[in-house]
Design a protein around this ligand. Sequence first.
Ligand code: NAD
Length: 273
Amino acid sequence: MELKDKVAVVTGSGRGIGEGIALVLAREGARLVIVDMNLDDANGVVKKIAAKGGKAIAIRTDISKKIEVGAMVAETVKQFGTVDILVNNAGIEGPPTLVKDLPEAQWDRVLAINLKGTFLCCQAVLPPMMAQKKGKIVNIASTAAIRMTFFGSADYTVSKHGVAGLTQHLAWELADSNITVNAVCPGGVLTPLMEQHTTAEYRHTVEERLIPLGRMCTIGEIGESVSFLASNRADMITGQLLAVDGGLLTGFGEDLRAVVRKRMEDVKAASKH
Ligand SMILES: NC(=O)c1ccc[n+]([C@@H]2O[C@H](COP(=O)([O-])OP(=O)(O)OC[C@H]3O[C@@H](n4cnc5c(N)ncnc54)[C@H](O)[C@@H]3O)[C@@H](O)[C@H]2O)c1
């Protein structure tokens, strides 16, 4: 139980990767704040944690709204006294689209949640973390923070590159407050987001031809890497991007240009019906 009694805020933890992270942190003894736009899902995760003897609360928040983020952190401090760990996980992706066809609204929404939301949550937890002169921030970026995404479009890649830049700036700015800031970069993880935007056939192609370890990552495997970075074992690690991707970034996969283009065409054709 290496996170015993730590207060951990995990955004977007009502399902998918965020849920996986919350369950691992709770197993390690942390008290969890399950933040999500979907309160029913968040309450479901609170119940799972409570069933295993853990402590968690749910707070409905849209992380792209500064006023809601401020209220969420205030409620956390009211209920648990502080924030020790912030995991910026909430993120979205629009349908895969070439830049020439990308709607402005999709660009704005993806950037508002994936990048501005991460910035707002970091900013909001700084007063309690700086007051106690310690804290751990883990941003869930993506391999798209390092290269381009293999299943989305440029708006997503740009948002995650932004998260990588923010991670490095904050690591530098917060070092003398003893707050570490790192990013975990998942490759492919089978979650509702992934299922929504890909077919089983496409996922199979990616696993076979792009990921040296030959499979998608589980939500629990992302949770383990976050738990490590949030623990004292990682006290000397800050400003890093940790790819948890089954070797995807080694770059020995095939060129998937034809596969990706076909999928974009399929999605475009389907949206016309
Ligand atoms: N699934 C993958 O293969 C993969 C790969 C790399 C990175 N990621 C990143 O991991 C994170 C989680 O992805 P996932 O696959 O679990 O997605 P998901 O869609 O399954 O879950 C995302 C959760 O975030 C919540 N959310 C969305 N917008 C929100 C907002 N504005 N405020 C609060 N909550 C909000 C949703 O309600 C949902 O519960 C994202 O940042 C995503 O970019 C995912």
